[in-house]
Design a protein around this ligand. Structure first.
Ligand SMILES: [Zn+2]
Length: 425
């Protein structure tokens, strides 16, 4: 017996919240996403549970911290992958059990079905499709074929991920006269004899080139925004919008030298703060909240609204009341063996193996006074470090879940390894 409503979960890879206009960005990157935000519950401070794709998305899907879902890291360049733990139940499995038709449209790399991402999906597509012709996108075709059923669809795109190459007319929209070393097409990129990642490393001390990267990233967001605008108009035209919960989020952000680097490997806010908006049918609840929420809260929130039982092992909380009351949440993040905790006042980071590779190192920022996380206070506030470390562990181990044995395996095949190499670097 299925409920009344469908679910569309939109996960835009590498989308930092503060580069969307509705999160205060100075460029008009997101007119269509902003419109969706106005009809939604808009979470100004949502934090991802990891800075990397696979662990972050698995936390969204399973409502578990990485330690507990087991996917502690992205697949390595040698094809070494972490797999979801046996007992974890994904949102797709729960929706399928509740009678929904389920499908996922992702774009290859990182969200490998073998890791556990395809669990519960009737269809799991990893073939990339251009967003510039939305009417031909299989996501749209699938929705059309299911409009009389109840459905759950997950849509994921890497469009804002490096090498930031949106098509015309987006590519130069924020710097029409650019004339530097960064390629303007995949063809130019393939002639470079280096990877985009290595090119970024080489250019990172050149401010003008970093500005170009930012401009490309922002125009990639405009590219995604046009697709989202088309999709929402389509759902409205098909009268599906009033029968559908729409969730818009990301897995992590992106750094542009705020902490001396590019890409997304650190635990700072430019990387961990992600957009989150949840639009209920008929905009039943809308509003804005500044309180801390987490990616793991998405699944329990939609199940709560759909009146489907929330599994006991979920570590997230329903956010249905979040625009009216303070839920007092704190947000851990993990990658491999390092972790962090974001509270409304502090960011605490624990590097299991510090720079010396043999001793743990910690960082502590008073984000209420130092939002850019510039002044590490961990040496001067050892008691606070101790308290936050305790809170982090308490939060991670809440519900007394046993830590599962982590399953690491190799996804075989040269093709897989090659596509990982092409993608990460
Ligand atoms: Zn990602």
């Amino acid at each position: 017996m299925t409920g009344q409503y469908n679910l569309v979960l939109i996960g835009i890879d590498t989308l930092r919240a503060d580069h969307l206009s509705c999160y205060g960005y100075h460029r008009n990157t997101s007119p269509n996403i902003d419109k969706l935000a106005q009809e939604s519950m808009l979470f100004k401070n949502c934090f991802s549970q990891s800075q990397r794709t696979a662990p972050a998305f698995m936390s969204i899907m399973s409502s578990l911290y990485p330690t507990f879902h087991g996917v502690m890291a992205n697949i390595s360049q040698k094809g070494r992958a972490w797999q979801i733990q046996r007992k974890a139940k994904t949102l797709a499995e729960i929706m399928k059990d509740a009678g929904y038709a389920t499908a996922a449209f992702t774009e290859d790399a990182m969200l490998f079905p073998e890791i556990g991402f395809s669990k519960g999906f009737d269809i799991y597509s990893t073939t990339p499709h251009p967003l510039s012709r939305p009417e031909n996108h299989p996501l749209v075709k699938w929705i059309l074929s299911k409009q009389s059923d109840r459905f759950f669809v997950f849509f994921h795109t890497y469009a804002p991920h490096s090498p930031y190459l949106p098509p015309e007319p987006y590519i130069d929209m924020y710097d029409k006269n650019y004339n530097g070393a960064i390629p303007r097409s995949f063809e130019e990129l393939s002639k470079l004899n280096t990877t985009f990642y290595n090119l970024m490393k080489k250019l990172k001390s050149d401010e003008k080139e970093v500005e170009r990267l930012k401009a490309l990233y922002d125009s990639s967001i405009n590219y995604v925004d046009s697709f989202i605008g088309w999709l929402i108009t389509f759902l409205k035209a098909k009268k599906l919008m009033e029968k559908t919960v729409v969730v818009f989020t990301s897995d992590h952000g992106e750094e542009f030298m705020e902490h001396g680097g590019l890409y997304h490997k650190k635990f700072y806010d430019e990387i961990l703060r992600v957009p989150l908006m949840i639009r209920l049918p008929k905009s039943e609840k809308s509003g804005v909240t500044e309180q801390i929420v987490r990616s793991i809260d998405i699944a329990p929130t939609v199940l709560d609204f759909l009146q489907i039982k929330i599994p006991d092992m979920f570590q997230g909380e329903s956010l249905l009341e979040a625009c009216e009351k303070n839920l007092g949440l704190i947000a851990p993040a993990e990658y491999a063996y390092s972790s962090a905790l974001r509270t409304s006042h502090y960011k605490y980071i624990f590097h299991a193996a510090g720079k010396s590779k043999n001793a743990p190192e910690t960082e502590l920022y008073n984000v209420a006074l130092d939002p850019e996380e510039k002044e590490n206070m961990s040496d001067v506030s050892p008691q606070l470090v101790e308290r936050l470390h305790f809170e982090l562990n308490e939060e991670l181990t809440k519900k007394n879940l046993p830590r599962p044995p982590h399953t690491i395996f190799y996804i075989a095949g040269k093709k897989t390894v090659q596509r990982i190499k092409n993608f990460i670097n």
